[in-house]
Design a protein around this ligand. Structure first.
Ligand SMILES: [Zn+2]
Length: 442
């Protein structure tokens, strides 16, 4: 005779009666359950007691529960539909599972915890579910854990906004980050002024007034939103965006140099067949060397490997123009390393002067662009907004997007970002009593 209370404890369920336990041929364990009387006929959405409607089209439903030492555990219970005054005809609530789910609450929490902390392959293999199903699970758990999203908007002082592409092509999401905590506080589909406005509309006037700094890339819509919603705030530019602009300019110079070198190689006479004679000059590899120099040119000198260092030295000798472009990029990066605003101003002015007269069109253009954002750049240095922190959270967001690859629904992906990058903490089934969210409903 099985101890039903013991099984209930193992399943970690409440308001549930255990009827029968059967071992199936494939060694999975089937447990027949039903809700206690007080929990029967409640609306699946709001949890209010409602009128019985019908038995649905299934009669009985199954849910996966956490495995018992490697054996799959399946709950089977009667399913019915109720007629809620507010929500109409809906499936009733099951105390052991979230609405619309075929997994128990504890199973979903374990999956969400694993999705936050482990790789995709690990989650799918360990939980024995396909990665597609993880998406909806994450969304349900996130919704459950995010009890008071508006609390995140209290005491905001320094915020950053960024748009990140999430699929090939031009599909973007906008994320707002609290620079002081390093957490994501808001995610939305799309980008541009209308989307960022939605964020400000969620804030109370006091919360808006509290904001002192808004950072982002050089987009105009950020300026417009600041002007409209928090005129007290200063505009900053994320340093990594500025470096990115410089990198783009440098890369265009490199590509030009590579093209020229390639054209020059073509003009050379073709090598004859057979072993070359001793005195024939070796093949000109300038074009290939330039083609493969992107990595070396992109890094800071202190991070270069010996090979990359040699490459930069080689560029200094063979292509002074490209080397000048590289130096310009580096000195722009160093502007952000100044501690005082006076030093930064001086360094930036010196850079402007240099860039203006460098005779490289890409950098002359860059100089004009940076001049337009001069005040924002100086604000960034004044507020001590460091690149490391901003990039860290940015990379975390990008990694979450990559992990969510394969989710069919965009909301699933946004829930993934919130679970991994915000202050929401997913806990393992034994760490806390997650029934608080259950009692919130009805
Ligand atoms: Zn309802």
């Amino acid at each position: 005779m099985l101890n039903k209370n013991c099984i209930k404890t193992i399943l970690n369920v409440k308001y549930t009666c255990i009827d029968k336990v059967t071992m199936l041929a494939d060694t999975s364990i089937m447990i027949e359950v039903h809700a206690t009387k007080g929990e029967q006929c409640r609306c699946g959405i709001c949890g209010k007691k409602s009128k019985f409607y019908d038995n649905g089209n299934e009669g009985a439903r199954t849910w996966r529960a956490c495995d018992w030492a490697g054996h799959k555990v399946i709950l089977v219970g009667p399913s019915c539909r109720v007629n809620c005054k507010e929500h109409g005809v809906v499936t009733c609530r099951f105390p052991w599972a979230r609405h619309g789910s075929r997994f128990t609450r504890k199973f979903e929490e374990q999956t969400a915890w694993m999705a936050v902390n482990c790789s995709r392959v690990a989650v799918a293999a360990f939980m024995r579910i396909s990665w597609n199903t993880v998406g909806p699970i994450i969304e349900r758990v996130e919704k459950d854990l995010d009890i008071n999203p508006n609390a995140r908007f209290d005491n905001l002082v320094r915020i950053g906004v960024d748009e990140t592409s999430y699929r090939k092509g031009h599909k973007y999401i906008t994320t707002v980050v609290n620079h002081d905590t390093g957490n994501v506080i808001w995610v939305a589909k799309g980008h541009g002024k209308t989307i960022f406005e939605q964020f400000f509309k969620l804030l109370t006037p006091e919360q808006r007034n509290n904001i002192q700094l808004v950072s982002g890339d050089g987009a105009k819509w950020i300026d417009e939103c600041i002007k409209e919603y928090c005129p007290n705030a200063n505009r900053c530019v994320d340093p990594f965006h500025v470096i990115e602009w410089a990198m783009d300019a440098l890369d265009s110079v490199r590509v030009d140099a590579w093209r020229e070198a390639k054209a020059a190689t073509k003009e050379q006479p073709k090598a004859k067949r057979g072993r070359p004679k001793k005195d024939t000059p070796s093949k000109d590899t300038t074009a290939t060397e330039l083609k493969n120099s992107k990595m070396a040119l992109g890094k800071a000198p202190s991070n270069l490997t010996p090979n990359q260092q040699a490459k930069v030295e080689w560029i200094a000798k063979t292509d002074p123009r490209l080397y000048r472009a590289y130096k310009l990029k580096e000195s722009l990066r160093l502007v952000f390393h100044n501690d005082t605003i006076e030093d930064a101003k001086e360094a930036l002015d010196a850079w402007f002067k240099w860039a203006r007269h460098c005779r490289i069109p890409a950098f002359v253009e860059l100089q004009k662009k940076i001049n337009r954002h001069k005040q924002s750049i100086l604000n960034t240095i004044d507020y001590g907004l460091t690149n490391a922190r901003i990039e860290a959270i940015n990379n975390k967001i990008k990694l979450s997007i990559r992990m969510a690859y394969g989710f069919r629904n965009l909301d699933n992906m946004m829930a993934m970002i919130m679970l991994r990058c915000s202050d929401i903490k997913v806990q393992l089934p034994w760490e806390k009593d997650e029934w608080s969210s259950f009692f919130r409903l009805g």
